[in-house]
Design a protein around this ligand. Structure first.
Ligand SMILES: Cc1ncc(COP(=O)(O)O)c(C=O)c1O
Length: 427
Protein backbone atom coordinates (compact mmCIF):
# COMPACT_ATOMS: atom_id res chain seq x y z
CA UNK A 1 0.00 0.00 0.00
CA UNK A 2 1.26 3.48 -0.87
CA UNK A 3 2.64 5.47 2.05
CA UNK A 4 1.10 8.96 2.05
CA UNK A 5 3.58 10.43 4.54
CA UNK A 6 6.03 11.68 1.88
CA UNK A 7 3.17 13.27 -0.07
CA UNK A 8 1.81 14.90 3.10
CA UNK A 9 5.23 16.33 4.01
CA UNK A 10 5.72 17.64 0.47
CA UNK A 11 2.26 19.20 0.51
CA UNK A 12 2.95 20.97 3.79
CA UNK A 13 6.33 22.18 2.56
CA UNK A 14 4.96 23.53 -0.73
CA UNK A 15 1.42 24.61 0.17
CA UNK A 16 1.87 25.55 3.81
CA UNK A 17 0.40 24.23 7.03
CA UNK A 18 -3.28 24.44 8.00
CA UNK A 19 -4.50 23.61 4.52
CA UNK A 20 -7.58 21.54 5.09
CA UNK A 21 -7.58 17.86 4.20
CA UNK A 22 -10.34 15.30 4.62
CA UNK A 23 -10.09 12.22 6.87
CA UNK A 24 -7.62 11.12 9.54
CA UNK A 25 -6.11 8.91 6.85
CA UNK A 26 -6.26 11.22 3.81
CA UNK A 27 -7.22 9.73 0.46
CA UNK A 28 -4.87 10.07 -2.53
CA UNK A 29 -7.32 10.18 -5.41
CA UNK A 30 -6.00 9.71 -8.93
CA UNK A 31 -9.05 9.03 -11.08
CA UNK A 32 -12.82 9.50 -11.18
CA UNK A 33 -15.74 8.24 -13.23
CA UNK A 34 -19.44 8.74 -12.55
CA UNK A 35 -19.98 8.31 -8.79
CA UNK A 36 -16.68 6.47 -8.29
CA UNK A 37 -13.18 7.58 -7.29
CA UNK A 38 -9.97 5.52 -7.33
CA UNK A 39 -6.93 6.01 -5.12
CA UNK A 40 -3.29 5.49 -6.07
CA UNK A 41 -3.48 1.83 -4.99
CA UNK A 42 -6.40 1.21 -7.33
CA UNK A 43 -8.94 1.04 -4.49
CA UNK A 44 -12.42 2.22 -5.47
CA UNK A 45 -14.52 4.60 -3.32
CA UNK A 46 -18.20 5.42 -3.62
CA UNK A 47 -18.40 9.21 -3.75
CA UNK A 48 -21.31 10.37 -1.59
CA UNK A 49 -19.79 13.79 -1.00
CA UNK A 50 -18.86 15.69 -4.14
CA UNK A 51 -21.46 17.98 -5.67
CA UNK A 52 -19.03 19.74 -8.00
CA UNK A 53 -18.84 16.81 -10.47
CA UNK A 54 -22.60 17.30 -10.66
CA UNK A 55 -23.34 15.09 -13.67
CA UNK A 56 -20.67 12.57 -12.64
CA UNK A 57 -16.88 12.65 -12.47
CA UNK A 58 -15.30 13.19 -15.89
CA UNK A 59 -18.62 12.98 -17.74
CA UNK A 60 -17.61 12.31 -21.38
CA UNK A 61 -19.93 14.98 -22.81
CA UNK A 62 -18.47 17.69 -20.58
CA UNK A 63 -14.91 16.50 -21.25
CA UNK A 64 -15.59 16.51 -24.99
CA UNK A 65 -17.17 20.00 -24.90
CA UNK A 66 -14.18 21.42 -23.00
CA UNK A 67 -11.66 19.76 -25.32
CA UNK A 68 -13.49 20.85 -28.47
CA UNK A 69 -13.74 24.50 -27.42
CA UNK A 70 -10.20 24.57 -25.98
CA UNK A 71 -8.97 23.35 -29.37
CA UNK A 72 -10.89 26.09 -31.18
CA UNK A 73 -10.66 29.31 -29.16
CA UNK A 74 -10.39 30.52 -25.60
CA UNK A 75 -10.34 34.22 -24.84
CA UNK A 76 -12.18 36.79 -22.73
CA UNK A 77 -15.49 38.61 -22.96
CA UNK A 78 -14.16 41.79 -24.60
CA UNK A 79 -14.67 40.16 -27.99
CA UNK A 80 -17.99 39.12 -29.43
CA UNK A 81 -18.76 35.42 -29.00
CA UNK A 82 -22.00 33.41 -29.16
CA UNK A 83 -20.94 30.95 -26.46
CA UNK A 84 -21.68 33.21 -23.50
CA UNK A 85 -24.91 34.48 -25.08
CA UNK A 86 -26.23 31.00 -25.86
CA UNK A 87 -25.41 29.89 -22.34
CA UNK A 88 -26.93 32.89 -20.52
CA UNK A 89 -30.05 32.59 -22.67
CA UNK A 90 -30.41 28.92 -21.78
CA UNK A 91 -29.57 29.51 -18.09
CA UNK A 92 -31.90 32.44 -17.49
CA UNK A 93 -34.77 30.52 -19.15
CA UNK A 94 -34.78 28.29 -16.04
CA UNK A 95 -35.53 31.29 -13.75
CA UNK A 96 -38.51 33.51 -13.09
CA UNK A 97 -38.80 35.97 -15.97
CA UNK A 98 -37.75 38.85 -13.69
CA UNK A 99 -34.27 37.28 -13.51
CA UNK A 100 -33.13 37.68 -17.08
CA UNK A 101 -29.47 38.81 -17.17
CA UNK A 102 -26.21 37.41 -15.88
CA UNK A 103 -22.55 38.08 -15.11
CA UNK A 104 -20.31 35.02 -15.27
CA UNK A 105 -17.44 34.54 -12.84
CA UNK A 106 -14.93 31.81 -11.97
CA UNK A 107 -16.11 31.02 -8.41
CA UNK A 108 -19.08 31.23 -6.10
CA UNK A 109 -17.18 33.68 -3.89
CA UNK A 110 -16.77 36.10 -6.78
CA UNK A 111 -20.47 35.74 -7.59
CA UNK A 112 -21.45 36.59 -4.02
CA UNK A 113 -19.01 39.49 -3.97
CA UNK A 114 -20.75 40.92 -7.03
CA UNK A 115 -24.19 40.27 -5.50
CA UNK A 116 -23.29 42.30 -2.40
CA UNK A 117 -22.12 45.16 -4.59
CA UNK A 118 -25.26 44.94 -6.73
CA UNK A 119 -27.30 45.43 -3.55
CA UNK A 120 -25.13 48.42 -2.65
CA UNK A 121 -25.59 49.91 -6.12
CA UNK A 122 -29.38 49.53 -5.95
CA UNK A 123 -29.95 50.68 -2.35
CA UNK A 124 -27.01 53.05 -1.80
CA UNK A 125 -26.49 51.24 1.54
CA UNK A 126 -24.09 48.54 2.74
CA UNK A 127 -25.67 46.69 5.70
CA UNK A 128 -25.99 42.89 5.31
CA UNK A 129 -27.86 40.13 7.08
CA UNK A 130 -26.78 36.47 6.97
CA UNK A 131 -27.31 33.47 9.23
CA UNK A 132 -24.89 32.73 12.04
CA UNK A 133 -23.81 29.37 10.57
CA UNK A 134 -23.33 30.20 6.97
CA UNK A 135 -20.49 30.32 4.50
CA UNK A 136 -20.73 32.37 1.34
CA UNK A 137 -17.12 32.39 0.18
CA UNK A 138 -13.61 33.65 0.61
CA UNK A 139 -13.22 37.21 -0.72
CA UNK A 140 -12.50 39.96 1.82
CA UNK A 141 -16.10 41.24 1.58
CA UNK A 142 -17.86 37.87 1.56
CA UNK A 143 -15.77 36.27 4.30
CA UNK A 144 -17.11 39.02 6.61
CA UNK A 145 -20.33 36.99 6.65
CA UNK A 146 -18.84 33.72 7.78
CA UNK A 147 -18.98 32.88 11.48
CA UNK A 148 -16.65 29.88 11.16
CA UNK A 149 -13.57 32.10 11.19
CA UNK A 150 -14.38 35.57 12.53
CA UNK A 151 -12.46 38.20 10.55
CA UNK A 152 -9.28 39.70 12.03
CA UNK A 153 -10.43 42.76 13.96
CA UNK A 154 -13.97 41.36 14.35
CA UNK A 155 -17.07 41.60 12.19
CA UNK A 156 -17.67 44.87 10.38
CA UNK A 157 -20.40 47.10 11.79
CA UNK A 158 -22.37 46.52 8.58
CA UNK A 159 -23.00 42.80 9.30
CA UNK A 160 -25.83 41.32 11.38
CA UNK A 161 -26.22 37.59 11.94
CA UNK A 162 -29.58 35.94 12.56
CA UNK A 163 -29.94 32.46 14.08
CA UNK A 164 -29.74 29.76 11.40
CA UNK A 165 -33.02 27.84 11.12
CA UNK A 166 -32.80 24.47 12.88
CA UNK A 167 -35.84 22.29 12.27
CA UNK A 168 -34.68 19.76 14.87
CA UNK A 169 -34.54 22.41 17.60
CA UNK A 170 -36.79 25.13 16.10
CA UNK A 171 -36.88 28.75 17.20
CA UNK A 172 -40.36 29.42 18.51
CA UNK A 173 -40.51 25.85 19.90
CA UNK A 174 -42.41 24.13 17.08
CA UNK A 175 -41.58 23.43 13.44
CA UNK A 176 -44.54 25.28 11.84
CA UNK A 177 -45.83 28.86 11.73
CA UNK A 178 -44.18 29.98 15.00
CA UNK A 179 -40.79 28.89 13.64
CA UNK A 180 -41.20 31.00 10.49
CA UNK A 181 -42.49 33.97 12.50
CA UNK A 182 -39.57 33.73 14.93
CA UNK A 183 -37.06 33.69 12.05
CA UNK A 184 -38.74 36.70 10.40
CA UNK A 185 -38.72 38.56 13.74
CA UNK A 186 -34.94 38.06 13.93
CA UNK A 187 -34.58 39.45 10.40
CA UNK A 188 -36.78 42.44 11.31
CA UNK A 189 -34.65 43.13 14.40
CA UNK A 190 -31.48 42.99 12.31
CA UNK A 191 -32.97 45.35 9.70
CA UNK A 192 -33.95 47.84 12.42
CA UNK A 193 -30.50 47.69 13.94
CA UNK A 194 -28.83 48.30 10.56
CA UNK A 195 -31.17 51.15 9.72
CA UNK A 196 -30.14 52.83 12.99
CA UNK A 197 -26.47 52.39 12.06
CA UNK A 198 -24.46 54.52 9.59
CA UNK A 199 -24.56 51.58 7.11
CA UNK A 200 -28.29 51.21 6.53
CA UNK A 201 -29.78 47.94 5.23
CA UNK A 202 -28.97 46.68 1.76
CA UNK A 203 -29.56 42.91 1.59
CA UNK A 204 -30.39 39.59 3.21
CA UNK A 205 -28.17 36.84 1.80
CA UNK A 206 -29.28 33.25 2.34
CA UNK A 207 -28.91 29.82 0.85
CA UNK A 208 -32.63 29.00 0.45
CA UNK A 209 -31.85 25.36 1.33
CA UNK A 210 -29.58 26.40 4.26
CA UNK A 211 -27.12 23.69 3.25
CA UNK A 212 -24.15 24.73 5.38
CA UNK A 213 -26.52 25.26 8.31
CA UNK A 214 -27.51 21.57 8.15
CA UNK A 215 -30.33 21.60 5.55
CA UNK A 216 -33.29 21.97 7.97
CA UNK A 217 -36.70 20.64 6.88
CA UNK A 218 -38.64 23.89 6.60
CA UNK A 219 -42.40 24.26 6.24
CA UNK A 220 -43.66 25.57 2.90
CA UNK A 221 -43.65 29.36 2.97
CA UNK A 222 -41.06 29.49 5.77
CA UNK A 223 -39.21 32.40 4.15
CA UNK A 224 -42.26 34.43 3.09
CA UNK A 225 -42.42 36.69 6.15
CA UNK A 226 -38.67 37.29 6.22
CA UNK A 227 -38.68 38.16 2.50
CA UNK A 228 -41.65 40.51 3.01
CA UNK A 229 -39.76 42.27 5.82
CA UNK A 230 -36.73 42.74 3.55
CA UNK A 231 -38.86 44.16 0.73
CA UNK A 232 -40.76 46.47 3.10
CA UNK A 233 -37.42 47.92 4.23
CA UNK A 234 -36.33 48.49 0.61
CA UNK A 235 -33.63 45.80 0.76
CA UNK A 236 -32.74 43.02 -1.67
CA UNK A 237 -32.92 39.25 -1.26
CA UNK A 238 -29.85 37.38 -2.47
CA UNK A 239 -30.26 33.62 -2.92
CA UNK A 240 -26.97 31.74 -2.83
CA UNK A 241 -27.61 28.68 -5.01
CA UNK A 242 -24.02 27.44 -4.94
CA UNK A 243 -25.14 24.33 -3.02
CA UNK A 244 -28.80 23.60 -3.88
CA UNK A 245 -28.77 24.78 -7.49
CA UNK A 246 -28.96 22.83 -10.75
CA UNK A 247 -31.64 20.46 -9.53
CA UNK A 248 -29.86 18.87 -6.60
CA UNK A 249 -32.88 19.06 -4.30
CA UNK A 250 -34.79 16.90 -6.77
CA UNK A 251 -37.86 19.08 -6.94
CA UNK A 252 -36.87 22.20 -8.80
CA UNK A 253 -33.93 23.51 -10.74
CA UNK A 254 -33.28 26.08 -7.97
CA UNK A 255 -33.50 26.00 -4.19
CA UNK A 256 -35.42 29.29 -4.08
CA UNK A 257 -38.09 27.79 -6.36
CA UNK A 258 -38.44 24.94 -3.90
CA UNK A 259 -38.73 27.49 -1.07
CA UNK A 260 -41.38 29.39 -3.07
CA UNK A 261 -39.61 32.75 -3.24
CA UNK A 262 -38.37 34.96 -6.08
CA UNK A 263 -35.09 36.60 -5.06
CA UNK A 264 -33.67 39.80 -6.52
CA UNK A 265 -30.25 38.27 -7.12
CA UNK A 266 -29.15 34.63 -7.45
CA UNK A 267 -25.57 33.38 -7.22
CA UNK A 268 -24.21 30.17 -8.72
CA UNK A 269 -21.04 28.12 -8.53
CA UNK A 270 -19.77 24.66 -7.70
CA UNK A 271 -21.80 22.29 -9.97
CA UNK A 272 -22.11 24.75 -12.84
CA UNK A 273 -19.14 23.47 -14.91
CA UNK A 274 -18.87 19.96 -13.42
CA UNK A 275 -15.47 20.90 -11.96
CA UNK A 276 -14.43 23.41 -14.56
CA UNK A 277 -14.26 26.74 -12.62
CA UNK A 278 -17.34 28.78 -13.51
CA UNK A 279 -19.80 30.69 -11.34
CA UNK A 280 -22.33 33.40 -12.00
CA UNK A 281 -24.82 35.98 -10.84
CA UNK A 282 -28.35 36.12 -12.23
CA UNK A 283 -30.44 39.27 -11.70
CA UNK A 284 -32.96 41.52 -13.37
CA UNK A 285 -31.60 43.92 -15.99
CA UNK A 286 -32.15 47.01 -13.81
CA UNK A 287 -30.14 45.50 -10.94
CA UNK A 288 -27.35 44.38 -13.24
CA UNK A 289 -27.22 47.74 -15.02
CA UNK A 290 -27.11 49.62 -11.69
CA UNK A 291 -24.12 47.46 -10.72
CA UNK A 292 -22.30 48.07 -14.00
CA UNK A 293 -22.89 51.80 -13.64
CA UNK A 294 -21.62 51.92 -10.04
CA UNK A 295 -18.68 49.51 -10.45
CA UNK A 296 -16.78 49.04 -13.64
CA UNK A 297 -16.39 45.26 -13.64
CA UNK A 298 -14.27 42.96 -15.74
CA UNK A 299 -13.29 39.38 -15.00
CA UNK A 300 -10.46 38.07 -17.19
CA UNK A 301 -11.57 34.44 -17.11
CA UNK A 302 -15.27 34.77 -16.26
CA UNK A 303 -17.53 33.71 -19.12
CA UNK A 304 -14.72 32.53 -21.43
CA UNK A 305 -15.80 30.25 -24.30
CA UNK A 306 -14.38 27.06 -22.74
CA UNK A 307 -16.19 27.67 -19.43
CA UNK A 308 -19.43 28.37 -21.28
CA UNK A 309 -19.04 25.17 -23.32
CA UNK A 310 -18.52 23.15 -20.13
CA UNK A 311 -21.51 24.78 -18.44
CA UNK A 312 -23.72 24.25 -21.50
CA UNK A 313 -22.81 20.56 -21.59
CA UNK A 314 -23.80 20.30 -17.91
CA UNK A 315 -27.27 21.67 -18.70
CA UNK A 316 -27.55 19.22 -21.63
CA UNK A 317 -26.69 16.24 -19.46
CA UNK A 318 -29.03 17.29 -16.60
CA UNK A 319 -31.85 17.40 -19.14
CA UNK A 320 -31.00 14.37 -21.29
CA UNK A 321 -30.24 12.04 -18.37
CA UNK A 322 -33.25 13.32 -16.37
CA UNK A 323 -31.00 13.93 -13.39
CA UNK A 324 -33.49 16.07 -11.44
CA UNK A 325 -36.03 13.22 -11.53
CA UNK A 326 -33.25 10.85 -10.50
CA UNK A 327 -32.31 13.09 -7.56
CA UNK A 328 -35.91 13.10 -6.36
CA UNK A 329 -36.44 9.37 -6.79
CA UNK A 330 -33.12 8.11 -5.38
CA UNK A 331 -33.08 10.78 -2.66
CA UNK A 332 -36.51 9.67 -1.41
CA UNK A 333 -35.39 6.04 -1.50
CA UNK A 334 -32.15 6.76 0.40
CA UNK A 335 -33.86 8.87 3.07
CA UNK A 336 -36.35 6.04 3.65
CA UNK A 337 -33.32 3.80 4.18
CA UNK A 338 -31.87 6.24 6.70
CA UNK A 339 -35.21 6.29 8.55
CA UNK A 340 -35.02 2.48 8.80
CA UNK A 341 -31.52 2.81 10.24
CA UNK A 342 -32.90 5.36 12.73
CA UNK A 343 -35.22 2.68 14.13
CA UNK A 344 -32.20 0.46 14.74
CA UNK A 345 -29.57 2.97 15.87
CA UNK A 346 -30.37 5.38 18.73
CA UNK A 347 -27.56 7.68 17.64
CA UNK A 348 -29.62 8.88 14.65
CA UNK A 349 -31.69 11.72 16.09
CA UNK A 350 -33.06 13.19 12.87
CA UNK A 351 -33.16 12.38 9.16
CA UNK A 352 -33.69 15.21 6.70
CA UNK A 353 -32.82 16.73 3.35
CA UNK A 354 -34.19 16.80 -0.16
CA UNK A 355 -33.21 15.07 -3.38
CA UNK A 356 -29.55 14.17 -3.40
CA UNK A 357 -28.65 16.41 -0.45
CA UNK A 358 -29.56 14.70 2.76
CA UNK A 359 -28.21 13.18 5.94
CA UNK A 360 -28.74 12.16 9.54
CA UNK A 361 -28.11 14.27 12.61
CA UNK A 362 -26.22 12.18 15.16
CA UNK A 363 -26.97 12.69 18.86
CA UNK A 364 -25.79 11.18 22.15
CA UNK A 365 -29.29 11.30 23.57
CA UNK A 366 -32.50 11.55 21.57
CA UNK A 367 -34.48 13.22 24.38
CA UNK A 368 -31.90 15.90 25.03
CA UNK A 369 -30.81 16.00 21.36
CA UNK A 370 -27.21 16.27 22.57
CA UNK A 371 -25.00 16.69 19.47
CA UNK A 372 -22.57 13.81 18.82
CA UNK A 373 -19.93 15.81 16.94
CA UNK A 374 -16.96 13.59 17.85
CA UNK A 375 -18.87 10.44 16.99
CA UNK A 376 -19.91 12.01 13.69
CA UNK A 377 -16.21 12.52 12.92
CA UNK A 378 -15.58 8.87 13.76
CA UNK A 379 -18.47 7.72 11.58
CA UNK A 380 -17.19 9.70 8.61
CA UNK A 381 -13.68 8.26 9.05
CA UNK A 382 -14.98 4.71 9.49
CA UNK A 383 -17.05 5.09 6.32
CA UNK A 384 -13.93 6.20 4.46
CA UNK A 385 -12.07 3.15 5.77
CA UNK A 386 -14.86 1.01 4.28
CA UNK A 387 -14.72 2.80 0.92
CA UNK A 388 -17.60 5.30 1.17
CA UNK A 389 -16.78 9.01 1.15
CA UNK A 390 -19.09 11.45 2.93
CA UNK A 391 -18.74 14.51 5.15
CA UNK A 392 -20.39 16.23 8.11
CA UNK A 393 -21.78 19.71 8.66
CA UNK A 394 -24.50 21.68 10.42
CA UNK A 395 -24.93 24.00 13.36
CA UNK A 396 -23.52 21.38 15.74
CA UNK A 397 -21.24 19.70 13.19
CA UNK A 398 -22.96 16.39 13.81
CA UNK A 399 -25.02 15.87 10.64
CA UNK A 400 -23.73 13.57 7.95
CA UNK A 401 -23.42 15.38 4.63
CA UNK A 402 -24.49 13.14 1.77
CA UNK A 403 -24.39 15.02 -1.51
CA UNK A 404 -23.21 12.70 -4.28
CA UNK A 405 -22.87 13.27 -8.02
CA UNK A 406 -26.38 13.30 -9.51
CA UNK A 407 -26.22 9.94 -11.38
CA UNK A 408 -26.32 8.26 -7.92
CA UNK A 409 -28.57 5.18 -8.19
CA UNK A 410 -30.58 3.00 -5.78
CA UNK A 411 -27.76 0.45 -5.87
CA UNK A 412 -25.29 3.13 -4.79
CA UNK A 413 -27.70 4.19 -2.03
CA UNK A 414 -27.96 0.55 -0.86
CA UNK A 415 -24.17 0.29 -0.63
CA UNK A 416 -23.96 3.57 1.33
CA UNK A 417 -26.77 2.46 3.69
CA UNK A 418 -25.42 -1.02 4.38
CA UNK A 419 -21.94 0.42 5.05
CA UNK A 420 -23.43 3.00 7.42
CA UNK A 421 -25.39 0.24 9.17
CA UNK A 422 -22.13 -1.70 9.69
CA UNK A 423 -20.27 1.39 10.93
CA UNK A 424 -23.03 2.35 13.42
CA UNK A 425 -23.29 -1.25 14.65
CA UNK A 426 -19.54 -1.34 15.29
CA UNK A 427 -19.45 1.98 17.20
C1 LIG B 1 -23.15 28.35 -0.02
C2 LIG B 1 -21.80 28.68 -0.59
N1 LIG B 1 -21.64 29.84 -1.23
C3 LIG B 1 -20.46 30.18 -1.78
C4 LIG B 1 -19.37 29.34 -1.70
C5 LIG B 1 -18.05 29.76 -2.30
O1 LIG B 1 -17.81 29.15 -3.50
P1 LIG B 1 -16.32 29.07 -4.10
O2 LIG B 1 -15.53 28.14 -3.23
O3 LIG B 1 -16.51 28.56 -5.50
O4 LIG B 1 -15.75 30.44 -4.09
C6 LIG B 1 -19.49 28.11 -1.05
C7 LIG B 1 -18.34 27.17 -0.98
O5 LIG B 1 -18.31 26.20 -0.27
C8 LIG B 1 -20.75 27.78 -0.47
O6 LIG B 1 -20.93 26.62 0.18
Amino acid sequence: MADNSALLARRERLLGRNMSLFYQDPVHIVRGEGVWLWDADGRRYLDCYNNVPHVGHCHPRVVEAIARQAGTLNTHTRYLHEGILDYVERLTATFDKSLDTSILTCTGSEANDIALRMAQAVTGKTGLIATNHTYHGNTAAVSQLSTRMPPVGGFGGHVRHVPAPDSYRPLGGEPGEAFATAFAAEVERAIASLEESPFGFSALIIDPFFANEGFPDLPQGFLDKAVAAVRKAGGLVIADEVQPGFGRTGEHMWGHQRAGIVPDIVTLGKPMGNGHPIGGVVAGADTLNAFRKAFRYFNTFGGNPVSCAAAMAVLDVIEDEKLIDNAREVGTYARAGLLRLQEKHGIIGDVRGSGLFFGAELVLDRNEKTPAADLATKVINDMRERGVLMGKLGIHQCSTKIRPPMPFSREHADLMLSTLDDVLTAL
